[in-house]
Design a protein around this ligand. Structure first.
Ligand code: 0X9
Ligand code: ZN
Length: 446
């Protein structure tokens, strides 16, 4: 079950529902809040994904045999028909899905005990993350440098940081880590900021920086991410950026993970009201356009990881087709470095699945991983869907942040150590594994 403590919160939920209904009656509002349906199918079932593409439907949780699907009032009949056609049973699990989400949100932001703008016991908004990067920059002794990929529609800098050992030169493995492209997946920026902290402050990580160069995007969707901190349930579950679509902008936002120019449009939505709206053209968005520019300038990235939630899966290309990519064996081998490490660090409690995006999650094009692999030629390109397995879904409780970022960082370290052939996961058999290839590098970072 996705939402625990059902009995405990039932009272609060009923109270919430009553309040909402009273409010709606008082204000003469017609529209009911969306419901949460339990559907007897995997959350990645093709029928559910295409309902999401059509709009007013969103997949919020579930695992294996069932999905929890948010259905807006106007979509109910359409969804019922589609589920019937697909032979999938469903029942209404929660009458007021928004009241449920609100009951799961922290009541108010706790005050920090110190002046340090970051910790990994609470979720932090974009302003905190900006302050954290600034502080890391000041204290990094030249290990960290900042770049701005673009200024977003709402005027925020989309920050990228490079971390490496500035005293060593020569060819290094390049690792690009992207977080926060989907606003509501809060555990993702928690991971990217934790990685930055480890790289800059932990001596055992700094030794790997002699052979590696890291590019980290803590939050690839600053406007959407900041919006998701507005404090109400609809904002909390915001996924896209905040583009004003069309003239009246009734439905806002583009799914930045459908906007990259690799088979753009296959398995993505043309409906601005859908959670998976691909945008008017490929790279129409400042965020994706700015990031691809920077990635092209860096040029010869060896390992690309984008962090999402939820699902506990390591996905490799392709997302636009079910065909396996050319170097699938190596993709799986390096993925196992991650999953074995996480499994070990978590004493077996965090178990990941490895697979192709298309086969596991259904066809979806325009995602960063496919573009990095297919257009930029990054040999190792992954989407890591962080914990949990669908129980809490996007609303992973704050007391799970610390263990999640720690085990994730250990897994990433092992991948980096393996590809750089140094440190605890170095391959002892070959000095220069033949599967890597280097391309000339425009020294963009100077
Ligand atoms: O659908 C997505 O964008 C990702 N899943 S999520 O639930 N976090 O939204 C998966 C993307 C996998 N990669 C490709 N489809 N190329
Ligand atoms: Zn995502």
């Amino acid at each position: 079950m996705l939402w625990p403590g059902r009995t405990l919160y039932r009272g609060a939920k009923m109270l919430g529902t009553v309040c909402v209904l009273v409010l709606a009656a008082v204000q003469g509002l017609e529209a009911a809040n969306p419901q949460l349906w339990r559907v007897d199918a995997s959350p990645h079932h093709r029928a559910l994904r295409s309902l999401q593409d059509e709009g007013h439907v969103d997949i919020w949780g579930g695992s294996g045999s069932h999905a929890q699907v948010m259905v807006e009032e106007e979509a109910k009949e359409r969804v019922k028909r589609a589920l019937l056609e697909a032979g999938l049973d469903h029942r209404v699990e929660v009458e007021d899905a928004l009241a449920l989400v609100e009951s799961k949100m922290p009541l108010k932001r706790r005050k920090r005990a110190t002046n340090f703008p970051m910790d990994w016991n609470t979720y932090h908004d974009y302003n905190d993350i900006e302050a954290f990067i600034g502080m890391m920059n000041l204290t990094s002794g030249g290990y960290l440098r900042e770049e701005v990929a673009t200024i977003t529609g709402e005027g925020r800098p989309l920050r990228v940081v490079r971390v490496t050992d500035p005293t060593t030169t020569g060819p290094k493995k390049k690792i690009w880590i992207e977080g926060g492209i989907h606003a509501r997946e809060w555990i993702s920026p928690a991971v990217t900021t934790f990685l930055i902290h480890r790289l800059v402050t932990d001596p055992s990580w700094q030794s790997i920086l002699r052979d590696t160069e890291w590019y980290l995007v803590p939050v690839a969707n600053p406007d959407g991410y900041q919006f998701s901190f507005a404090g109400d349930a609809r904002s909390r579950l915001w996924r896209k950026n905040r583009r004003v679509n069309g003239v009246n902008g009734r439905c806002k936002g583009v799914d930045l993970n459908r906007n990259w120019d690799l088979k753009w449009g296959v398995g993505a939505s043309g409906n601005p009201c859908s959670e998976t709206y691909k945008g008017p053209t490929a790279f129409s968005e400042k965020e994706t356009h700015g990031l691809q520019n920077l990635m092209r300038q860096i040029g010869d990235i060896d390992l690309f990881i984008t962090f999402h939630s939820f699902g506990q899966t390591v996905l490799y290309p392709w997302g636009w087709t079910v065909k396996p990519p050319a170097n699938v064996k190596m993709l799986r081998r390096v993925a196992r470095k991650y999953t074995d490490t996480v499994n070990q660090i978590s004493n077996g409690s965090t178990d990941y699945q490895i697979g192709g995006s298309g086969p596991l999650y259904g066809l979806a094009s325009g995602a960063t991983d496919d573009w990095a692999y297919g257009e930029l030629g990054v040999p190792l390109s992954y989407t890591i869907e962080l914990p949990d397995d669908g129980h809490y879904g996007f609303l992973l409780p704050e007391n799970r942040i610390s263990s999640t970022v720690t085990e994730t960082a250990a897994g990433v370290y092992c991948m980096a150590s393996f590809i750089a052939n140094t440190g605890s996961c170095a391959s002892r058999r070959t000095r220069n594994p033949s599967w890597t290839f280097r391309r000339p590098s425009p020294r963009f970072w100077g």
